[in-house]
Structures are given as C-alpha cells and as structure tokens.
Write a protein that binds this ligand. Sequence first.
Ligand SMILES: Nc1ncnc2c1ncn2[C@@H]1O[C@H](COP(=O)(O)OP(=O)(O)OP(=O)(O)O)[C@@H](O)[C@H]1O
Length: 318
Amino acid sequence: MTENNTILGIRQISFAYGKRPALDRVSFSVGSGQIMAILGPNGSGKSTLFKLLSTLVPLQSGDMICKGVDYRAGAAPVRPFLGVVFQSPSLDKKLTVRENLRCHAALYGLSGQERDKRIQAWLERLRVADRAQERVETLSGGLARRVEIAKALLHGPALLILDEPSTGLDPRSRAELWDSLVELRDRDRVTILITTHLMEEAEKSDRTLILDEGRVVADESPEELIRRYPHDVLCIHTHHTEQIARFVSERFGSLAMESKPDHLRVEVGSTEGAGIVAAVMGQFAREIGSVTLSRTSLDEVFFKLTGKSFAQSQEKAA
Ligand SMILES: Nc1ncnc2c1ncn2[C@@H]1O[C@H](COP(=O)(O)OP(=O)(O)OP(=O)(O)O)[C@@H](O)[C@H]1O
C-alpha cells in the first residue's frame, strides 16, 4: 500500500446496508498498469465495492486511498483520479458523440483547445473518431461502450473502473473492447479494475480478485490461482457410473468423484490422468460414450473457492 507505484490501496474495508453486511474487511492494492478482474457469485459484494470505489457511497470503515488521496476527504479530491464506466449507459442518446464528451469535459473544468484536442485524441485511440458528429442513438452497443470509455478517460484518470462493460456485447465487440483496455494498460499505464461475469475476461486479466460473501477469497494472477489446484478433471459419459466409480476407487484409491446420472467426474493428479483413462477404457470401452481429460480451469478454481459454478453466477445475473 505504500509502494511508489500503488494506484489504489484498500485496507480492511467493511460495508453494511443497515444490519446486512456486504463487505467484510476487504484489503488489496493495485499498482500502475495492471488489469484486475473482480469476480464473485451473486451477492458477494462486487457492486458494493464498485459503488465505494466510484464514490457513489461513502466509506463506513477501513481505509481507501487512490493516488495518495484518502477517500475520507470526500468525493471531490479523489474524482480527478478516477474514470468510471457504469453498467447502465451514461451517454445522452440524443446528443452527438462529441457533444457528450464536451459535457463531460465541462464537469472537469476542461475547455477550449485543450478540451478539443483531448476529445479528438481519445476518440481516435478508441477508434470512434469517424462517428464523432453522429448521435449516440445511432451507434452499436460496442461503439457506444467505447465512447463511454473515451468519456471516462478524458480528464486523465490513473484508475479506470468498469462495471461489467461487456454485458450485452457480441463476441467481436467484446474482443475489441478488451483490445482497447489492453492498449490503455500497456501504452498509458492506466490501472483497470473490471467486474465481470465472463471467465474469458478473468483469464486475460493480470490479477483476479474473487469475493465470496463480502470477503476476499483469492487475489492472484489467473495462472497462480490455477497452480494452487494442480489437478486434472476426467469426465466420463456412461450409463454405468456406479460400476465405473467403484472400479476407479478400487484401482486408484479415494479420488474426489462426483456422480450424476450418466456423468462421472473425477479429479485426478496432473500425472495420473492418462493411466486412469487407459485403465477405464481397457475395462469399459463398450459402456462409455465419451471421455475427456482436461486441465484445471479458472472455472474449477472459482467453484472450489466459492462452492458455486461461475457459469451459474453468469446465468443468474443475465
Ligand atoms: N441497496 C441495498 N440494500 C440492502 N442490501 C443490499 C443492497 N444492495 C446490496 N445489498 C446486499 O448486499 C450484499 C452484497 O450485494 P452486492 O450487490 O454488492 O453483490 P454483487 O456481488 O454485486 O451481486 P450481483 O452479482 O448479484 O450484482 C447482498 O447480500 C445484497 O443483498
């Protein structure tokens, strides 16, 4: 938290809505030029953290500092360092792209040539300059989201926070949006915090913060998280789950197994999978529909840490 390149330092923050706790002693810090994905099942506290970060709600307990400025000093001193992209669109659809950005610039005291120069530069960087004179209502979802980002960056913040910016975008727009974020990190050293329900985004981030019931249960790179659980997963589709489960445990000992109708899932050590597949196929080739052996995924790790599948949390939130 005291390192020179720390952009955001959070220590022991807790937050409750009346008596209902939403965040419980959350601590982490983020340095310059990192992309951190914030994940968690429904109700784990992501939106509350986002609201605190974006100064929508005041701190109740703990410390939060951005670029050396204490959030307790109020929203005004910290806002110049923050760029915020909310999930719900904040652009005025009836205004043009450029007009929207000019309104935002006025809020930050930018005017004249400096304002126009910045607007043009960010529109070009986010590849929406050719639409500057068009009303926002004529843009696709992906383009509008990029204008939102241009708007959030206009005043030169060190920290960009985005609340599920990919929601509602098609895969191509999502990929383009992610390319823009990576460029901001690499070229401008902007620190980016992004809440997401998409595993592909979490996997591409530099760090993954996983919240569960208001607590931090993981804060590592996706690769480190996966290394924490070095097992492979063997999935067998068969009508004979019980018989095959018995065979596997007799031959290979007590492995973690989950048996559902027609589906057997076995967690195996990262070197023993191939041997188990060969033994099972040797014995039950005719009884088996398919066998897959895969490396631990971030999805698996999420499940281990929170007891909920990442896909489920995505479905409910959709
Ligand atoms: N305005 C509110 N009033 C009362 N309780 C709230 C309010 N907003 C959130 N909560 C509660 O605080 C806890 C954390 O909610 P929060 O919305 O921060 O989680 P989340 O991870 O963003 O969930 P989701 O993925 O569903 O958006 C939950 O128990 C939730 O019910």
